[in-house]
Ligand binder design. Sequence first.
Ligand code: BG6
Ligand code: MG
Length: 229
Amino acid sequence: MSITAVIFDLDGVIVSTDEFHFQAWKRLADEAGIVFTRHDNEALRGVSRAESLEIILAKSKRLWSQDEKNRMMETKNTYYRDSLQTLSPQDILPGVMRILKELKQAGVAIAIGSSSKNTPLILQKIGLASAFDAVADGNDIQKSKPDPEVFLLAAQRLGKSPAECLVVEDAEAGLMAARSGGMRVLGVGGAAASALADLSAPTLATMEVQTLLKGDLDAEEAVGLPAMS
Ligand code: BG6
Ligand code: MG
């Protein structure tokens, strides 16, 4: 089935907020006396705030009450939102604006599918608040990636079936979510080498819309597993 909709992850795909997430978690972990490295941070990509905290606290020697966890999530989010204040359209990652424009010209529907509850603020800061035909984010869902809920909701809001959708993701949890939702997926950045990607590119700057709409690579170029459809 041909691709008539593209669902973009936000953090690490449209804008490089992943460093801000890391710095905010790092500050929180330091204050709590928990060792938290860039390597540890890789496991947090794409997963919800609550699950990210659980991953960090699993490295701690003590148990934390739900009240303490709630306060920690609030503190982390305050640090994170402070750093988002400097965000502007200049922070949109290379290739994104061209691809969005070309997809629109080709009549392809575009949506955001993000685990982040800060999605509305980020889209407003980078000037893309009304650029998408649909937005599904952390405020709308019960289950975060790797569950497909956020992508299925985005597809539903676009009026598209999963088989018509291609997801663009930079996180392994997001690739898993797309595939278990029955969607094809383009892996970018850290996810470009993933065996779960139907298509891959180090950055969107080198991705042609024509290739993206094809949905998978020629067999000899394919990375890892064969395409799902
Ligand atoms: C995802 C990020 O997009 O959103 C994760 O990749 C983050 O790192 C998650 O934990 C939730 O974000 P927020 O903004 O709701 O804390
Ligand atoms: Mg991401």
